[in-house]
Design a binder for this molecule. Sequence first.
Ligand SMILES: [Zn+2]
Length: 142
Amino acid sequence: MKLGRGLCRIHVSAQRLLQGARNTGAERCGLLFGKLTNAAFQVSVALELDNRALQSDCFRMDPAEMAGHARRQRASGLDLLGAWHTHPKEDAGLSAHDRGGAPDGWLSLIVGSGGELRAFEHGATGDARELELDVDQAPRPQ
Ligand SMILES: [Zn+2]
């Protein structure tokens, strides 16, 4: 694993979707697509999926639905980088559940109850490092 703080650049359209999902009763969640370069996660698309979790304080997405979205995004050249979810009643830090449920190299974007957004890259053993977050204001290429 690289040392130091990595970077996550998120397109403004994806950031708006995430900010718009905050402050509802249950956690909301979805997938993040884009490119991983040596220097950064470049998130260009965020999609919302149904939260299938039975409790309101965690999230679970349907694997078949995830795979279908990943296939369609790959056809337009974008890779599945990770997932986003909201914490309606807590800050945007990783919960124990969040740390345990993510594979190595997975990106987590979390929207906290106050609307703050934080990015984490998960390691192999339940560890994670926080990434510097940068919003890309450029128009998305058609
Ligand atoms: Zn969480």
